[in-house]
Design a binder for this molecule. Structure first.
Ligand code: S3P
Length: 433
């Protein structure tokens, strides 16, 4: 069966100007939804992500016995299942969301019932062994289908482990911590590259004690969570498309209010600064451990330089790499990306799709197993872009289109709604044509 796809036409822009308030961070929304679903009592979440991915997490916790409603102000209210999820009759549908599937696997393996987790065609191709392995070491009864979804779980008593993650993945870390919360003894997770720490902060916000060192995090089992009231900060990975768009136009000026600025997520601001953009941060505040602030970006007056992204930077920028590669041709010295093999197992093979779409716009680009070389000083022309059903590819090439000659067609534009349904509307709002 082929799914309906929509096209968007992106004309070039002359400048990017304005101010935006973005929907809630996707990573934080997932975690708050899942932990609120398990917690005791009521949680109220303002500015919850509007993306389809986070709706999958909400639908799953609702199917597991949490009560999920939306109040008159648009905030999500969740009355948690009080520590015990009920048996789910039907398979739990995680849609396109790897975060939902992997983190839910951690939450469910120590529960009392049997569960099956399924996803769409893209999610069903993504690797799940990375979560099965540590959970099985904790004693979980969890099975995959040739390394992928469907994931079947028969809940059982788990024991704490000391685990070093071979892949830098916040999702794997979260799955292990969420299982550890409900296991006997203490669970310690060690990572060589510090991945986003929203789960550690969310667990604390919901009342759990979490201990951290520079490269490890530990949680004792048997702790209970209680509901919270929170306003979720704007999504920096969604802002990335606009930050990069603004960096393309000397004279641009863009302001984001209430943007999430968690240091494990904010590396993009350093990269943009290295490219020559001026970034200002104001009104910094902390909300449930998460940094939030106002960000202003102005493009470098004489164009962007270039940069190399490799090593731990690649892991920390993993969701922003497609858009950074897509603006590479417009820099002076190009964008070079290495150590980013993980991009090949995201919602699509993002290395292959970025290379293919850049070439269709007339760019020279070299593809490597773990990255790309995008030389600078290139002018692009309009083309028909194949998003591959991947939200970040659709949005990244909408940004590249802003400085191309002619009108670019984004195929599969509806995929933007996976993380950011308002994207095209907001782009029209800030793009001066
Ligand atoms: C996420 C972690 C990243 C990222 C994904 C969201 C999260 O995946 O690519 O979009 O919320 O923990 P990995 O941790 O698997 O790299």
């Amino acid at each position: 069966m082929t799914e309906a796809t929509t096209e968007r036409i992106i004309p070039p822009a002359r400048n990017i100007l304005g101010s935006l308030r973005l929907p809630g961070d996707k990573s934080i929304s997932h975690r708050y939804a899942l932990l609120a679903g398990l917690a005791h009592g009521k949680t109220r979440l303002a500015n919850f992500s509007s993306g389809a991915d986070c709706a999958s997490s909400l639908a799953c916790v609702a199917a597991l016995g949490a009560k999920v409603t939306r109040d008159e102000d648009g905030a999500i209210e969740i009355v948690g299942a009080g520590g015990h999820f009920r048996h789910a009759e039907a398979p739990l549908d995680c849609g396109n969301s790897g975060s939902t599937m992997r983190m839910l696997a951690g939450l469910l393996t120590p529960q009392r019932s049997a569960y099956t987790l399924v996803g769409d065609a893209s999610l069903s191709r993504r690797p799940m062994e990375r979560v099965r392995k540590p959970l099985a070491e904790m004693g979980a009864d969890i099975h995959l289908t040739e390394g992928h979804a469907p994931v079947t779980i028969r809940g059982s008593q788990l024991r704490g482990i000391d685990y070093t993650t071979p892949v830098p993945s916040a999702q794997v870390k979260s799955a292990v911590l969420f299982a550890g919360l409900q296991a006997s003894g203490t669970t310690t997770l060690r990572e060589a590259v510090r991945t986003r720490d929203h789960s550690e902060l969310a667990l604390r916000a919901f009342g759990a004690k979490v201990d951290r060192t520079i490269d490890s995090v530990s949680i004792a089992g048997g702790q209970q969570l209680r509901g919270i009231e929170a306003a979720i900060p704007g999504d920096l990975s969604s802002a990335a498309f606009f930050l990069c768009a603004a960096a393309l136009f000397p004279g641009s000026n863009l302001v984001f209010d209430e943007l999430g600025l968690n240091p494990t997520r904010a590396t993009l601001l350093d990269v943009l600064t290295a490219l020559g953009a001026q970034i200002g941060v104001l009104n910094l505040e902390e909300k449930h451990g998460e940094l939030v602030g106002t960000v202003q970006v102005n493009a470098p007056p004489d164009g962007m330089k270039g940069t190399t992204i490799s090593g731990s930077l690649a892991a920390q920028l993993i969701d922003e790499l497609p858009v950074l590669a897509a603006i590479g041709p417009y820099t002076r010295n190009g964008i070079r990306i290495r150590d980013a093999k993980e991009l090949r197992v995201k919602e699509s093979d993002r290395i292959a799709l970025v290379a293919r779409n850049l070439r269709s716009m007339g760019a020279e680009v070299q593809e490597f197993d773990d990255g790309l070389d995008v030389p600078g000083g290139q002018q692009l022309h309009a083309a028909e872009i194949d998003s591959g059903g991947d939200h970040r590819i659709a949005m990244a090439f909408s940004v590249a289109a802003l400085r191309a000659s002619g009108q670019t067609v984004i195929r599969g534009a509806e995929s933007a709604a996976i993380s950011f349904p308002e994207f095209f509307e907001m782009l029209d709002q800030v793009a001066e044509r």
